[in-house]
Design a protein around this ligand. Structure first.
Ligand SMILES: [Zn+2]
Length: 397
């Protein structure tokens, strides 16, 4: 069968459905344990760069998953603290990673001000959705999968310590080379959707070097770098919506040496987002075709950016299977795309089929109102377990 053939239902076997139900029910029965773990993790602030706190949490995570039957390894990465890689061997053939991160965007002291809390519907606290809640789903899905038929060759829970601040691929990504799939545990969208596509981004800086001169004494002796950049900004702004879902914004514009000097230098920064690499490459060609300005030199600087997570046929097959598994658990959701970036963007770019948004349903990330829906921890764990079993049975072949 052609992966992603929209006319066919996902190849969900009774075994995958049963494993999904078993894990969802098991995590549901143990929800208090999951919430206690989550509380402990949320109440340690782990902003990017706070190595001591990040490593303290990584050690707690390693300890916890070891008690749950996994084999943890804490991998030091340069200057960023420890990544967790915890493995579980199975009896099948698939290799699947559950991709998480344990850093948050909240500064030290946030958890003391507003610690983990929950009511009958929602949990709150810094990072409950982005993404300590997803980490809880991954760890507890793995805990339950360790107690069952283990329909996989290798299940690996990965947690990075620097996702929020790193503009590049996870530093241990090569360890996932050859994996059959990555399930990224960022939270589900507000309406429950999983994420089957993410735009890629590209940032660049355009430098202009003109010639400064006294603005009153010798205005025509200067070459105004700021005026050239303004014309470039207007030219570049035409990229916005030039193709479907391509967006472009000038995000910075600086120049000038003083109030009475013709500006001799300046720069602008641009932010482009697009759903495919082809669109980004096309837009970059236009960026680099800058105009000619008398005695003003323009220089383009590539600032990189995350690649898109494209909805390939295999990603589509994963999404359809997840939706079907969810429906069987009474957890209805659909799939969506987003302009935001996650580490799943990088694993997808490396060639491993990647589905995202499999953490609990939540929202208001990066704000004090961040929440995750309590009822979705167990069902998302069930969806993850069913997906792993379905992959093992050839969903992506
Ligand atoms: Zn995140």
């Amino acid at each position: 069968m052609t992966p992603g053939d929209a006319t066919r239902p996902p190849a969900l076997s009774p075994r995958a459905i049963e494993e999904s139900r078993r894990v969802s029910a098991g995590v549901g029965d143990e929800l208090d344990l999951l919430l206690a773990d989550l509380e402990a993790w949320v109440n340690i602030d782990t902003p990017g760069g706070a190595i001591e706190e990040l490593d303290r949490l990584a050690a707690i995570l390693a300890n916890t998953v070891e008690r749950y039957g996994l084999h943890p390894e804490l991998v030091p990465v340069r200057g960023q603290g420890l990544y967790l890689h915890a493995t579980l061997q199975g009896s099948g053939r698939a290799r699947v990673a559950l991709l998480c991160h344990h850093d948050t965007v909240f500064p030290l002291g946030t958890a003391a001000e507003r610690p983990f809390s929950h009511d009958s519907r929602r949990v709150h606290g810094p990072g409950v959705a982005d993404m300590k809640g997803g980490l809880a789903v991954a760890v507890h899905a793995a805990r339950l999968m360790a107690t069952g038929p283990r329909p996989f060759a290798l299940l690996e829970v990965v947690s990075a310590s620097d996702e929020e601040t790193r503009p590049a691929a996870p530093l241990t990504m090569e360890r996932l080379t050859g994996f059959d799939a990555v399930l990224c545990m960022e939270c589900g969208r507000v309406d429950g959707s999983i994420v089957s596509a993410r735009k890629g981004g590209r940032w660049f800086r355009l430098h202009a070097q003109g010639r400064p001169a006294h603005a009153g004494v010798d205005p025509d002796g200067g070459r105004n770098a700021v005026m050239a950049l303004c014309q470039e900004a207007l030219r570049l702004s035409r990229l916005h919506h030039a193709r479907d879902d391509l967006t472009f914004q000038v995000t910075e514009l600086y120049g000038g040496e003083g109030l009475n000097t013709v500006p001799g230098k300046g720069f602008l920064t641009g932010d482009m987002r697009a759903p495919t690499s082809a669109d980004l490459d096309w837009a970059l060609e236009h960026v680099r075709a800058f105009g000619n300005y008398d005695d003003i030199e323009l220089r383009w600087e590539d600032l990189g950016g995350p690649p898109p997570l494209e909805r390939t046929p295999r990603v589509a097959a994963l999404a359809r299977a997840a939706i079907e598994l969810g429906a069987r658990l009474g957890h209805e959701f659909t799939e969506t795309s987003t302009g935001g970036v996650s580490d799943g963007s990088w694993t997808a770019w490396s060639g491993v089929p990647t589905l995202d948004g499999l953490g609990p349903v939540g929202g208001d990330d990066h704000t004090p109102f961040e929440y995750a829906e309590r009822s979705t921890f167990a069902t998302r764990a069930g969806v993850v377990a069913g997906l792993v079993a379905a992959i093992d049975e050839g969903l992506l072949d």
